[in-house]
Design a protein around this ligand. Structure first.
Ligand SMILES: *Cc1c(COP(=O)(O)O)cnc(C)c1O
Length: 391
């Protein structure tokens, strides 16, 4: 067989592909499985957006290649959305780039700045794409541990000076996947000062920016003084508007970084389907009431999960944002052994925290993106099979 390139050979199997194997094995044994694994919104895309798409798909102008940077009207809608949301002023021509989902932008940004020997600072635990993009570009990742005692925020002073010297990109993600932790303005100001002092570009992944609970509204780092000069923010319609399948997102911020990302992309892809961009404009500038309704659904589920787990012996605080509950495993278990135990005994899939990095060991992640009644059923089963747990 033809030998694979090293960069592919070095890739770990994508986390959820590995879990799918375990689910298939459990199903083969006759276990009825409920998955609390993947963070893919179960609620449908709002009707106004679907209707807009249905109309736009008939327009023959959309059937041709889109413009590389995205339709100017979509980028203008993004700029207007940021203005309304947090008073951020962006030039849609130079400071906004349309993406085919933020995952591709996050993967491609390393190709803009990482040479062999260069470093990307990545959160651990974290969304695997930060590290994988850097690896594919031939660079090295330095894992910044996100620890409970630090509110799951990285501590920049702990990064060795020799690593900081080689670092070109700093990936951050708040509200955070998988921990659901949030970052305040003070943290982002610290990150901006650190990045500026060391000539590092901040890449903030704000995929969960619209999902906050109990009145909490997540902060955009572009709102901070110097934010727009310190790097870019990735944002996506996937989670905010239940549009994961549509593949539409954007990057916004520092103009030379936006230009570099656009250069890589224009040589690789040919832009997002324009009908999807038109539907995206409707999402960003049309009625926003679906966001409050969606947050209310997730908040109820968050309460169900945290209260059920605390009833079994956990002592969890309720997360303020995102769609995850990040819970330590009981005494005597590892992330993997507990996830396997819950799958075998309760037929419930939870994600082992070590899948997001070594610092995720000792945790599991439960998602809130599942029908509320099924979620209750999963928790009943966990309670029946676990009884009470100790830590
Ligand atoms: C879901 C998610 C995204 C969004 O990805 P898209 O490609 O825009 O669908 C980005 N980052 C994190 C951490 C996520 O969980």
């Amino acid at each position: 067989m033809t030998e694979l390139a090293e960069r592919i050979k070095n890739l770990p199997p994508y986390l959820f592909a590995r879990i799918d194997g375990k689910i298939a094995a459990a199903k083969a044994k006759g276990i009825d499985v409920i998955s609390l694994g993947i963070g893919d919104p179960d609620l449908p895309t709002p009707k106004n957006i679907v209707d807009k798409m249905a109309a736009e798909v008939h327009n023959p102008a959309h059937h041709q290649y889109p413009s590389y940077a995205g339709m100017l009207s979509f980028r203008q809608a993004v700029a207007e959305w940021h203005r309304r949301r947090g008073g951020v002023e962006l030039d849609p021509q130079t400071e906004v780039l349309t993406l085919i989902g933020s995952k591709e932008g996050i993967a491609h940004i390393s190709f803009c700045y990482i040479n062999p020997g260069d470093v990307a600072l990545v959160p651990d635990p974290g969304y695997p794409v930060y590290e994988i993009g850097c690896m594919l570009a031939g660079g090295e990742s330095y894992k910044m541990p996100l620890l409970a005692e630090n509110g799951f925020l990285p501590v920049f002073e702990d990064i060795p000076a020799a690593v900081v010297k080689r670092a070109k990109l700093l990936f951050l993600n708040y509200p955070n996947n998988p921990t659901s932790a949030v970052a305040d303005g003070a943290f982002f100001r610290k990150a901006i000062a650190f990045a500026q002092a060391n000539d590092i570009i901040i890449c903030h992944d704000a995929a969960y920016s619209e999902i906050g609970f109990d009145g909490y509204k997540p902060v955009s780092f572009l709102e901070m003084p110097g934010g727009k000069e310190a790097g870019i923010e990735f944002n996506s319609l996937s989670k905010a508007y239940n549009m994961t399948g549509w593949r539409i997102a954007w990057a916004a911020g520092r103009h030379d970084v936006i230009r570099a990302l656009g250069t890589v992309k224009s040589n690789i892809d040919s832009g997002a389907f324009q009908a999807v961009q038109a539907a995206g404009i409707e999402a960003l500038l049309g009625p926003q009431d679906n966001i409050a309704r969606m947050c209310a659904v997730y908040q109820e589920r968050r309460d169900i999960v945290v209260e059920a787990l605390n009833g079994m012996g956990w002592r969890l605080e309720k997360p303020k944002a995102a769609v995850y509950v990040w819970a330590p495993v009981p005494k005597g278990f590892t992330s993997e052994s507990f996830a396997e135990f819950v799958l075998e005994k309760a037929g419930v899939v939870v994600t082992p925290g070590n899948g997001y990095g070594a610092a995720g060991e000792g945790y599991i992640r439960i998602t809130l993106t599942i029908d509320t009644e099924l979620l209750r059923e999963a928790l009943r089963r966990m309670e029946d099979s676990l009884g009470s747990v100790t830590f």
